[in-house]
Ligand binder design. Structure first.
Ligand code: G6P
Length: 364
C-alpha cells in the first residue's frame, strides 16, 4: 500500500496532487482552442439538437459537480436541474421526448443513481452516463457514456474525480447548448482557453498553497461554514462535505443568500466562515462575509489573486490564479481540498477511510 501512495502519507493527498495530470487526461483531444470548439468524439454532429431540458442525477460529490454543470447550462438559457438521485428515484421529475437525463457517478455503481437511471429510462428519457469507470453498471444501463478519464481514485473522499467531472460536464454542457440552440457562443473560446490552462493553474495552486497554515490556525473550532453563489455555491457545498467527512468536524455549505434566513444564528467567533469567489459576479458574497465577521467569525476568502484589495478585509486569503470564472471554481475547490486534508491530518483522522463511509454506496 505504501508503494501505491508514491511517497505521500495518504491516497487523498496523492490524488489531490495528481489533478494536473488527471485533468490533462480529461481534456485530451477534446478541446480545439484555435477553432474555439469542443470536440467530443463520443457524439455525432448535432447529437443534442432535440434536447430541451437536462436533468442530472447523482449523489455526494458527484451531485455537487452536477449542480455546477446545471448552473452553467441555466446561464446558457437551458432548462437544467441537478437532482439528488435518491430523491429522483422515488419521485422522478417530469420527462418528455426532449429530456436528457445525465447520470453522474465516479464509480458507476451507486445504487440511488442506478435507480434514478432506471426510473428515467422507464419513463422514456434518453440517458447518458458520465463516469470514471469503463464497463461499470451505469454504462450498461444508459444509452450513451462519456468517460471523465481521471484514473483510479482510492481515497474515500472524492477529489480528482470532482475536478474531472466538472471539466467533462462543462464540455458536454457546451455541446448540448450549442446543438440545441444552433449557435456557437462567441464566449466559448475564453472558456476553452481557461480549461486548457487548468492543469497548469492547478499545479500553481498545489505549489504555492497556504492552506496548511490556515488549517493549522483554525482546526478544532465548533463549526465551519462555506458560502458561495451560482456555480460557487456547489463549490461551497463540496468544501463543507470534504471537511466534515474527513475531519469529523461539523461543517455546512450554504448559498450566500441563505445566510440571513437561519445559518447566521449559528455564527460566533468559534465558527470560521469560508467564502468562495470565482469572479466579479461573486463579489456580492463579500457583504455576507463582512456580516459574519462583524459577529466575530474568522473569515477565509478563496478568490483570484487579483481581488487582493477587495478581499483585504478577510482574516485569511487563499489565492487562486487568474482564470475563466467558470473554471475558477475548480481551482477554489483544490484550495478547499487542501484545507480539509490538513485539518483532518492535524486531528489525526484516518483520512483515506473515514469511519462509517464507503467509497461506493451500492445499497439504498
Ligand atoms: C460515496 C462516496 C463519495 C461519492 C458518493 C457518490 O458517498 O464516499 O465520495 O461522492 O458516494 O459516488 P459516485 O461513485 O456515484 O460518484
Amino acid at each position: 500500500e505504501a508503494a501505491g501512495k508514491s511517497g505521500y502519507p495518504h491516497f487523498m493527498l496523492k490524488e489531490i496532487h495528481e489533478q494536473p495530470e488527471s485533468l490533462r487526461q480529461t481534456i485530451h483531444g477534446r478541446i480545439e482552442t484555435l477553432a474555439g470548439k469542443v470536440s467530443l468524439e463520443e457524439f455525432d454532429a448535432g447529437a443534442f439538437e432535440d434536447v430541451e431540458r437536462v436533468q442530472f442525477v447523482s449523489m455526494g460529490t458527484s451531485h455537487h459537480a452536477s449542480m455546477y454543470a446545471a448552473a452553467q447550462l441555466t446561464a446558457r438559457g437551458m432548462t437544467a436541474n441537478a437532482y439528488m438521485a435518491g430523491e429522483y428515484a422515488d419521485c422522478p421529475a417530469p420527462i418528455d421526448e426532449h429530456t436528457l437525463v445525465v447520470a453522474v457517478t465516479q464509480s458507476g455503481e451507486t445504487a440511488d443513481t442506478m435507480n434514478a437511471v432506471r426510473r428515467a429510462r422507464d419513463a422514456g428519457a434518453r440517458t447518458l452516463a458520465v463516469t470514471n469507470v469503463v464497463g461499470s453498471s451505469v454504462t450498461r444501463e444508459c444509452d450513451e457514456s462519456l468517460f471523465i478519464r481521471a484514473g483510479p481514485e482510492i481515497g474515500v473522499a472524492a477529489t480528482k474525480t470532482f475536478s474531472s467531472q466538472v471539466v467533462a460536464l462543462t464540455l458536454l454542457g457546451e455541446r448540448i447548448a450549442e446543438d440545441s440552440t444552433g449557435v456557437q457562443r462567441a464566449a466559448v473560446r475564453s472558456l476553452l482557453e481557461g480549461l486548457a490552462d487548468l492543469p497548469g493553474d492547478v499545479q500553481q495552486v498545489l505549489d504555492e498553497s497556504n492552506a496548511e497554515g490556515i488549517a493549522d490556525a483554525l482546526y478544532g473550532c465548533d463549526s465551519y461554514f462555506f458560502l458561495g453563489r451560482g456555480p460557487a455555491h456547489s463549490v461551497a457545498l463540496e468544501g463543507a462535505l470534504k471537511f466534515k467527512e474527513i475531519s469529523y468536524e461539523h461543517a455546512e455549505g450554504f448559498a450566500a443568500s441563505e445566510l440571513k434566513h437561519g445559518p447566521l444564528a449559528l455564527v460566533t467567533e468559534n465558527t470560521p466562515v469560508f467564502g468562495v469567489i470565482t469572479g466579479e459576479d461573486d463579489l456580492k458574497v463579500i457583504s455576507n462575509l463582512k456580516e459574519v465577521q462583524a459577529r466575530g467569525a474568522p473569515v477565509i476568502v478563496v478568490a483570484p489573486a487579483s481581488f487582493e484589495s477587495e478581499v483585504e478585509f478577510a482574516d485569511y486569503h487563499l489565492p487562486i490564479p487568474e482564470s475563466h470564472p467558470e473554471v475558477a471554481g475548480i481551482l477554489a475547490n483544490v484550495q478547499l481540498q487542501l484545507v480539509s486534508y490538513h485539518a483532518a491530518d492535524q486531528l489525526g483522522r484516518p483520512i483515506d477511510k473515514p469511519r462509517n463511509l464507503a467509497k461506493s454506496v451500492t445499497v439504498e
